[in-house]
Design a protein around this ligand. Structure first.
Ligand SMILES: Cc1cc2nc3c(=O)[nH]c(=O)nc-3n(C[C@H](O)[C@H](O)[C@H](O)COP(=O)(O)OP(=O)(O)OC[C@H]3O[C@@H](n4cnc5c(N)ncnc54)[C@H](O)[C@@H]3O)c2cc1C
Length: 381
């Protein structure tokens, strides 16, 4: 969309991946005038590379599992209601890797938020040409979304500027000035980036991965997930994908096709494809916080807060309303391996925080990450 010079906005959202697009979508619902800015194109980061599977987590009854499973249920309803044309709800079969995993999953069944069926190995082989020694869990609700389609659609009536690399968030006379844009507030949705000092207290780590669009005459009736994911057939195309390359390993190769062959071999070991031709390769990184919960909420001015309350570094508690925050600056990041599961829920939480002052849950709020940073940067002396 063309932007008029010196446009005024309530919020400039930096990053046009799923976190930026969903934030823009919810802020707009609250009547805010927003612009989304990306150094590349819409969905040119990790979001465009994602297979965008929406599946529940089978795990012990931890806070993390319950947050993820709430977000999963929310995301299915959200995409079904607002973007049904991009949702492929063919069900997901989560293949198990060992006898131990079968035992574990049986214990965790009670934590599942959705209907499921355990299928024995022989039942799965009957369904498709799927190699599976230990059976798997089938979730009727399991789905994928078309990652690029859904992001573009979320942004279809929102101002977007592509090809603008934002490096400086300067506040002058109450506005952040970015090229010809003036915005009263900023939401940082850039994934892992060293571009902004303001968020350097939030530690994120990257893992790289691929999605391949494969042409095949084999028909895959539902989505499959094990160490790599295989999507259900859609007009003769099957997506296979995995995040399988740690950043240190990518940094030493700098080759975006690195380990593709391994991933194809893995996919072939799950499904006996009749034929297989790579049509497109998508590559990108996902980013996670160290505790795997998203990084959400108001950005803390880490330096100023520590200058005023240095004893935070020794573990002394200071009420959150005493913290110094960057003016009207927020973050929505660290969505990890489940960005498309988290984003609708976390974007709505952030919009409610910004527009209605409803606090962000402390497991998601970046305050926890600030406290970790403060303690780790404490110099004993
Ligand atoms: C191979 C792969 C498979 C995945 N599979 C799944 C899956 O099945 N299910 C699921 O839910 N999730 C999956 N994920 C995870 C999911 O894709 C991520 O959690 C999600 O994309 C993160 O979105 P984001 O918007 O935070 O980051 P990104 O999509 O990386 O977007 C950040 C954007 O910010 C822009 N940017 C960065 N710095 C600047 C700057 N200084 N100025 C302007 N713009 C900037 C970038 O160009 C980019 O477009 C997968 C990820 C990968 C890589």
């Amino acid at each position: 969309m063309q932007i008029s010079k010196k446009s005024l906005f309530d919020f400039a959202i930096i990053g046009a991946g799923i976190s930026g697009a969903s934030t823009a979508y919810f802020l707009k619902k609250y009547g805010k005038k927003v612009v989304v800015i990306d150094k590349g194109k819409i969905a040119s980061g990790g979001s465009g590379a994602a297979g965008a599977f929406l599946s529940p987590k089978i795990c012990s009854n931890s806070l993390y599992t319950s947050f993820v499973n709430d977000a999963f249920a929310y995301s299915i309803d959200f995409y079904k209601e607002n973007f049904p044309q991009f949702l492929n709800q063919s069900g997901i079969l989560r293949l198990l890797k060992s006898k131990d995993e079968i035992e574990k999953c049986k214990r965790y069944e009670k934590n599942l938020p959705t209907s499921f069926k355990y299928l024995q190995a022989n039942e799965i082989k009957d369904i498709e040409k799927v190699a599976c020694e230990f059976g798997g869990y089938f979730f009727d609700d399991g789905a994928t979304v078309d990652s690029i389609g859904v992001i573009k659609s979320m942004l279809c009536d929102i101002d977007v500027i592509e090809g603008l690399h934002v490096e400086n968030l300067e506040l002058k006379d109450g506005y952040y000035n970015i090229a010809d844009i003036k915005a009263k507030g900023i939401v940082i949705c850039v994934g892992k980036s060293d571009d902004f000092d303001e968020i350097s207290y939030i530690k994120l780590k990257n893992i790289y991965g691929h999605r391949l669009d494969m042409k095949t005459s084999s028909h895959i009736p539902f989505h499959l997930h094990k160490s790599c994911s295989i999507g259900a057939s859609d007009k003769g195309i099957v997506h296979i994908g995995a995040t399988h390359i740690p950043s240190y390993s990518y940094d030493s190769h700098k080759d975006f096709t690195y380990k593709i062959d391994e991933m194809i071999e893995l996919a072939k070991s799950y499904v006996d494809f009749e034929d297989f031709e790579v049509k497109n390769i998508h590559f990108g990184a996902r980013n996670s916080t160290l505790d795997f919960f998203p990084a959400l909420g108001a950005v803390i001015d880490a330096k100023e807060t520590l200058r005023k309350y240095p004893y935070i570094q020794k573990g002394t508690k200071v009420p959150k309303d005493k913290y110094i925050h960057r003016k009207n600056m927020y973050i929505h990041s660290g969505l990890g391996a489940r960005g498309f599961v988290w984003a609708p829920k976390t974007a709505e939480i952030l919009a409610r925080n910004i527009c209605e002052n409803i606090p962000v849950d402390k497991k998601l709020d970046t305050q926890r990450l600030f406290l970790k940073y403060a303690k780790s940067s404490f110099i004993y002396g």
